[in-house]
Design a protein around this ligand. Structure first.
Ligand SMILES: NC(=O)c1ccc[n+]([C@@H]2O[C@H](COP(=O)([O-])OP(=O)(O)OC[C@H]3O[C@@H](n4cnc5c(N)ncnc54)[C@H](OP(=O)(O)O)[C@@H]3O)[C@@H](O)[C@H]2O)c1
Length: 323
């Protein structure tokens, strides 16, 4: 099969399009013939070596396709099922072996591109909204990188729940996209002081909850922007790891800071299915839209990653695999 393979970490040029053997599913596993793979910012951390993985490897943590064959003792899927998944490496390829219990049945009304677009970013938006801070009508939430993959889903979901959504973005074009998705206020954090603006949009009080996947360039400033007794969840570091924090600096404003990882919040089959269904229901009901503006061929994975890390994308980036 054709696949993207990495033999050493580095810039996007290490993503090499090669012929490799088709993997064989073992007990409890399924071989998925992939139709699409989802790109995620974690792919950049892994490619550069910030998140270490044993070499060589096929990158990609999200895909959708058709079950080609199954190993022994598989009960969750059968050959021919349309499926989607996240959490197993190797989706930048024509085939991937995935634990059957990690597969989500893909409803007919969702395309394979949509199937490769929703699991990682959609379930992340779900846990960030449901596991940390009670979101009610009027809760003021600041979402960094609001036109990104996770960002656009957060904006729509929060808006659907009645929250007041403040998004940050780096360009006027992204500002328009975040607004159209349901952000009530958008701050261009390249040109404006997001702390001052967030205060202005919350009558000098500050947001109740800040959701930060940007890290270094935003995290410390969040501490000034947030309201008394507010909550900041740090779940990523697109601009680099956040600077260290003195625990006692949380005292004066009685703050809560948390970290988040989707892979913990989908660690049982029950959780995975519930979270995936919550995202699928939002798509079915029409209030959650997957924005897929960037579709590349498998052998263009390096260009796709350059675009993602160069802040040139909005919403989801997909690799289309096969015809
Ligand atoms: N922990 C988890 O469970 C989990 C799960 C999914 C994603 N994440 C994290 O969530 C964040 C978003 O992931 P995503 O896949 O949806 O990516 P994305 O938001 O589509 O892309 C990253 C965005 O971050 C912003 N950014 C700010 N400074 C940047 C910099 N120096 N370099 C690159 N980008 C920068 C850019 O938006 P602007 O141009 O508007 O600034 C960029 O578009 C990432 O940090 C990712 O690791 C975490």
């Amino acid at each position: 099969m054709k696949a993207i393979r990495i033999t050493h970490t580095g810039d996007a040029s290490v993503l090499s399009y090669q012929e490799v053997p088709i993997p064989v599913p073992g007990k409890g596993e399924a071989l998925v013939k992939l139709k699409a793979a989802g790109l995620n910012f974690i792919d950049i951390y892994i490619r550069t070596g910030r998140y270490a993985r044993p070499l060589p490897f096929i990158p990609g943590l999200e895909g959708a396709g058709i079950v080609e064959s199954i190993g022994e003792e598989v009960t969750e899927v059968k050959v021919g099922d349309r499926v989607a998944y996240t959490g197993t490496m190797g989706s930048y390829a024509e085939f991937n072996v995935v634990k059957a219990s990690d597969l989500i049945l893909l409803p007919k009304e969702l395309s394979f591109e949509q199937g490769a677009a929703f699991p990682l970013q959609g379930m992340t938006a779900h846990y960030l909204i449901h596991e940390y801070y009670p979101i009610k009508k009027g809760t003021k939430v600041l979402v960094h990188a609001a036109a990104g993959g996770v960002g656009l889903l957060l904006v729509q979901w929060l808006n659907h729940l009645g929250a007041t959504v403040i998004g940050t973005v780096s360009t006027p074009e992204k500002a328009n996209i975040a607004k159209a998705a349901g952000a009530h206020y958008v701050i261009n954090y390249n040109e404006e002081d997001f702390v001052a603006k967030a205060q202005e949009y919350t009558q000098g009080i500050g947001p109740d909850y800040i959701i930060d996947g940007v890290g270094k360039s935003t995290f410390t400033k969040n501490l000034d922007a947030i309201r008394m007794q507010g909550h900041i969840c740090l779940f990523g570091s697109a601009s680099g790891p956040a600077d260290p924090l003195l625990p006692n600096s949380l005292q004066a404003k009685c703050l809560t800071i948390s970290g988040g990882s989707l892979f913990y919040f989908m660690s049982t089959r029950t959780q995975l299915v519930q979270r995936a269904n919550a995202v699928i229901n939002g798509i079915r009901e029409g209030w959650l839209k997957l924005r897929i503006d960037h579709v590349f061929a498998l052998n263009e994975a390096a260009d796709a990653q350059r675009m993602l890390e160069g802040r040139k994308t909005v919403g989801k980036v997909i690799l289309k695999i096969g015809e």
